[in-house]
Design a protein around this ligand. Structure first.
Ligand code: ACO
Length: 409
């Protein structure tokens, strides 16, 4: 452990530095006097937990799940193996994969009241809101909770595809597809697609979704995972913590960016309007931002965006959505050549092409983020399990008070 001196006019402290296995070291502030706070608005420089799940090097465009590069995982493994890796730390053997898959099937059902609840929700509801409602209903039902955290996490990741399929179908005024819960003929992704579209998916569609899920499965302390950890640290039940994470994911600065990006591309419509939108994104008077661009951590290419772009090429080869696909790379090229985007180190993130791919596969714009939520549930539950094992204390930051001094009425 290294020691450093932090000096100011009045104070001198010795603080230990902990080396990370990869990336930035951290200054351990736990021994700091309680009457003195660090200010870090937006938590840009704050490590608030220890984690062994995911590593991102934003300057090199590197993303590792449990040490393995995302590109290799996408190429060589199906989503069930990725889930096992994230949740339990190692890739499964064929035996452990078999027993994990069996459990996913065992827990692949939801209580009947979820279906009745749906009938009371307006058809105009947003799929993310429907998903949130269903997860909240499960949070209220103590019979859904399991004492063993591993089993709880597996139950949640197994139920999520049913909840997402129901949310999307309800928003499209379609009846739920009922699947025999004992039917083990379909794997995790094909079963989800069957429940979503009401027909057995092609191998091509399954492969594309498998990759979409892998790419979105985990991304260390993003806003939704951080929210899950904050709510989980209070000891709330796993479904309630999940509901909190879904809420945080919904916003356009986070998981909602894929929907917002598609809306933006539809608004731009043709390549001749690109310069106008680039100028809007650069203007400090205009709140518009280029959706699907920029990232808190990546200051170079987001490796997920590259895989997603290749996937978009494959998927769109056989589809009609080509005008939009022509527009997206042209806008990307123009932005990447612009001095503003260069100096601000703004590159496409995973959401830039994910909407296009999902649209080509039959997902409506307002349902993209539910697919993201389905994928990220594995990451969220991996962090929840890690917290349970580490016995994380309640997360309770302090603030820099700027309100009125004490005054009398
Ligand atoms: N378009 C135009 N300018 C941008 C963009 C953008 N997409 N993103 C950042 N900037 C500019 C800001 O205006 C700011 O400029 P300034 O320093 O001259 O004032 C600078 O870059 C830094 O921006 P911040 O908002 O401070 O960066 P932060 O790290 O807090 O935000 C975020 C990251 C929220 C992702 C931001 O880049 C953004 O809003 N992007 C668009 C939404 C989006 O695609 N979100 C998906 C993120 S990936 C995910 O969640 C899966």
């Amino acid at each position: 452990m290294n020691q450093i001196n932090a000096t100011s006019d009045q104070m001198c402290f010795e603080l230990p530095i902990f080396q990370a296995n990869l990336g930035n070291s951290v200054l351990d502030a736990s021994g700091f006097p309680v009457d003195f706070y660090f200010q870090d608005i937006g938590l840009k420089h704050t490590s608030f937990c220890q984690s062994a799940i995911c590593y991102i090097d934003g300057s090199k465009g590197l993303l590792l799940y449990r040490g393995y590069p995302i590109e290799e995982l996408c190429k060589h493994f199906q989503f069930e193996s990725i889930m096992y890796l994230l949740l339990f730390g190692e890739l499964p053997t064929s035996r452990t994969l078999k027993s994990f898959t069996k459990k996913l099937i065992k827990y692949r059902h939801i209580p009947d009241y979820c279906y009745s609840l749906l009938e009371h929700l307006p058809e105009s509801s947003h799929p993310m809101g429907i998903l949130l409602t269903l997860v909240s209903a499960l949070a209220a039902d103590s019979s859904q909770s399991l004492d063993d955290p591993d089993e709880m996490a597996i139950r949640i990741v197994a139920q999520m595809p049913i909840l997402v399929a129901l949310s999307q179908r309800h928003a499209r005024t379609l009846k739920p597809v009922h699947q025999d819960s004992n039917d083990d003929s379909l794997g995790y992704v094909p079963d989800f697609l069957f429940r979503l579209f009401g027909q057995i998916p092609t191998e091509h569609t399954v492969t594309a979704f498998d990759q979409i899920l892998t790419l979105h499965a985990e991304h260390e302390q993003n806003a939704s995972t951080c929210t899950l950890r904050v709510s989980g640290s209070t000891g709330t039940n796993a479904y309630a913590a999940l509901a909190a994470a879904i809420t945080a994911l919904w916003g356009p600065a986070h998981g909602g960016a894929n929907e917002a990006c598609m809306q933006m591309l539809e608004a731009i419509k043709t390549c001749d309007r690109i310069p106008e939108y680039i100028e809007k994104a650069k203007s400090k008077e205009d709140p518009f931002r280029l959706m699907g661009f920029g990232h808190r951590v990546y200051r170079s290419r987001d490796p997920r965006a590259d895989v997603m772009k290749s996937l978009a090429k494959e998927v769109l080869d056989s589809k009609q959505d080509k005008p939009l696909f022509r527009l997206a790379p042209s806008l990307e090229k123009r932005a990447l050549e612009d001095p503003y985007f260069i100096s601000h180190q703004l590159y496409p993130n995973v959401d830039y092409y994910s909407g296009i791919v999902q649209r080509a596969l039959g997902i409506e714009n307002n349902a993209f983020t539910t697919i993201f939520a389905l994928a990220r549930t594995t990451g969220w539950m991996s962090h929840w399990l890690e917290m349970m094992r580490d016995k994380t204390p309640i997360i309770r930051p302090r603030q820099h008070y700027i309100g009125p001094r004490k005054r009398s009425l």
